[in-house]
Ligand binder design. Structure first.
Ligand code: AMP
Length: 280
């Protein structure tokens, strides 16, 4: 059965209030829609541990740094609802902008430190938008559990930090990145790639795996990074915003994986920005 689609906060509160009174675990999966198997893996994880599950679909204008990017973002609500049918979730919450940012809205949630690197630098204001909307979605849904993908690892760390700092009674669960058969991390933005660009896109993940293997053999990171940048260029990639080795917890730059570390990349391919990260 197609899950109920709720568009207003009062409609949402009407279904969550009795759950809350019964002390139920309410799982929330925040998304911007254009759902793929990566999103659906979060839904499955939520179903496995929660009494009730709500998927939110909200293309959050505050986390976009370009109006063109916001306008081009894929919107496939009917298809999304169909993909969710088999999970038997309780509701899809699709608020309009006024439900989240009513007139006079003046509050921003801002996380320091973790947001001062990588996408925090390349997409100014992005994480303030994310932190603010996630805080709103947690309180609006009365979530006890929330599910995020490691695909957006920096975002997962930021959300974990804010939930802890603001004493939000939500357990933040991180779930592994789901990939296409050729290694490309699933992303709603992959829909924007031309056929030609799509065939080249897996090179980003291939180069990251190559570096991870080299690090395992104690090869020099900088040397491998330069070679990878060169090959990405030859494969038709444009600007590489970053290709960094960083600590998995505080995201500090490393030159060797001397503590639990991850490789992080953001690169442009035919006008589409791809991001990925892997543990090393
Ligand atoms: P988005 O709709 O892109 O904002 O993503 C919504 C949630 O799905 C975020 O927690 C993402 O990290 C997660 N997600 C997106 N792509 C993947 C993927 N390939 N594997 C696992 N989780 C993902």
């Amino acid at each position: 059965m197609t899950p109920a689609i709720l568009r207003s906060l009062p409609a949402l509160r009407a279904i969550t209030r009795p759950w809350q009174m019964n002390g139920a675990r309410i799982g929330v999966v925040p998304t911007m829609g254009a759902l793929h198997d990566g999103h659906l893996s979060l839904v499955a994880a939520a179903k496995a541990v929660c009494d009730h599950v709500i998927v939110t679909i909200f293309v959050n204008p505050r986390q976009f740094t370009s109006q063109d990017d916001l306008a081009a973002y894929p919107r496939t609500e009917a298809e999304d609802a169909r993909k969710l049918e088999r999970f038997e979730i309780d509701a899809i919450y699709c608020p309009d902008v006024a439900q989240i940012y009513p007139s006079g809205f003046a509050t921003t949630v801002s996380v320091a430190g973790l947001t001062e690197v990588m996408d925090g630098v390349h997409r100014p204001g992005h994480f303030d938008g994310v932190a603010t909307v996630v805080t709103k979605l947690f309180t609006q849904t009365s979530a006890t559990d929330a599910f995020f993908g490691e695909k957006d690892y920096q975002q997962l760390q930021v959300v974990t930090r804010l939930a802890q700092d603001l004493d939000l009674p939500v357990i933040v669960h991180g779930c592994p990145t789901i990939r296409e058969i050729d290694g490309l991390a699933m992303s709603s933005r992959n829909l924007l790639l031309s056929d030609r660009a799509r065939t080249r896109a897996p090179v980003l993940h291939e180069e990251m795996e190559r570096i991870a293997e080299g690090l395992h053999r104690h090869e020099d990171f900088e040397t491998m990074r330069d070679a990878a940048l060169d090959r990405l260029d030859k494969a038709g990639f444009g600007r590489v915003d970053y290709l960094d080795l960083r600590a998995a917890d505080d995201l500090r730059l490393l030159d060797k994986p001397t503590r639990p570390a991850r490789l992080f990349a953001a690169a442009w391919l035919a006008g589409v920005r791809l991001i990925d990260n892997i543990a090393v």
